[in-house]
Design a protein around this ligand. Structure first.
Ligand SMILES: Nc1ncnc2c1ncn2[C@@H]1O[C@H](COP(=O)(O)OP(=O)(O)OP(=O)(O)O)[C@@H](O)[C@H]1O
Ligand SMILES: [Mg+2]
Length: 250
């Protein structure tokens, strides 16, 4: 039996070599973390790399204006505007739709025909031919969901995306992840947690990536320290692969 797995780059220098070459292609992944841990920037790396490799990409921005994401990406030299202009990238304005709905509901402009957008509606923003989809952040839709409801909806979305061979990165804030008992971790092929920790010895706040799981992949059993630099996420010791010693000798 051929055990080859097609992989797609995470876009983060040094991370692919620690994940047997990247994410298993055509699957869905979760990135979680508390506020400001770098979730959006992590997603922008994936997006930039995928667009540069001529993949058709969609970014669904549920909590930030698209122009701010373009600006953030520009700071690291990622030309999202260029990818939009070349037709490879679509950024959807779900954030504005959410807030417009609330404005309508609470103001004089109430329009009863306007329906509140839900998690599964996001599928409508991902054309069937999409290679890579990034949703930042699904937490805004899952705050009041029961873990059962979230599991069912996420499993269904993931199944539909897999049928389309779309690789998807779901970003979710730790607050809603915890409220839903981390249930989303079980639905996805891989889960990555970003964290910040205080180092009382040097009074620094340090950033870490923790690979919670990655199916069919040997994962580093170590926190990976990183910084956010003018080039984006920069792993410490990027050239040091952390392969499981036994996995190839079975
Ligand atoms: N150009 C830059 N150079 C260095 N650090 C930066 C730069 N731009 C952003 N950062 C750092 O990245 C951090 C946040 O990154 P990001 O927006 O990806 O976090 P997040 O986890 O998505 O946050 P949120 O919970 O608000 O969505 C900022 O707080 C800032 O410290
Ligand atoms: Mg963010």
């Amino acid at each position: 039996m051929n055990n080859h797995i097609d992989r797609i780059s995470t876009g983060i220098p040094g991370l692919d070599t620690r994940l047997d070459g990247g994410y298993p292609q055509g699957e869905s992944f979760l990135v979680t973390g508390t506020q400001g841990t770098g979730k959006t920037i992590f997603g922008l790396h994936f997006l930039e790399k995928a667009c540069s490799n001529n993949k058709r990409c969609v970014l669904i921005a549920t909590e930030e204006m698209p122009y701010n994401l373009v600006k953030q990406a520009n700071m690291f030299g990622f030309d999202l505007m260029g990818h939009i202009e070349s037709g490879l990238l679509q950024i959807n304005r779900v954030y504005e739709q959410r807030t417009n709905y609330v404005r309508n509901k609470t103001g004089k402009m109430y329009d009863p025909t306007k329906r509140e957008i839900g998690l599964m509606d996001l599928l409508d923003y991902i054309p069937a031919s999409t290679d890579v989809a990034i949703i930042d952040n699904i937490g805004v839709f899952t705050l009041e969901m029961t873990p059962r409801e979230l599991r069912d909806k996420l499993d269904t979305m993931i199944q539909i995306l897999a049928e389309r061979n779309c690789t998807a990165l779901f970003i979710m804030d730790d607050a809603t992840h915890e409220i839903t008992h981390n249930i989303a971790d079980y639905s996805v092929c891989g889960s990555i947690n970003l964290m910040m920790k205080d180092n009382p010895e040097n009074l620094q706040i340090e950033r870490f990536i923790k690979i919670i799981k990655m199916r069919r992949t040997c994962i580093p059993m170590k926190l990976m320290k990183f910084n956010i630099t003018p080039k984006g996420i920069n792993l410490e010791n990027p050239l040091q692969p952390l392969y499981c010693p036994n996995v190839y000798n079975l």
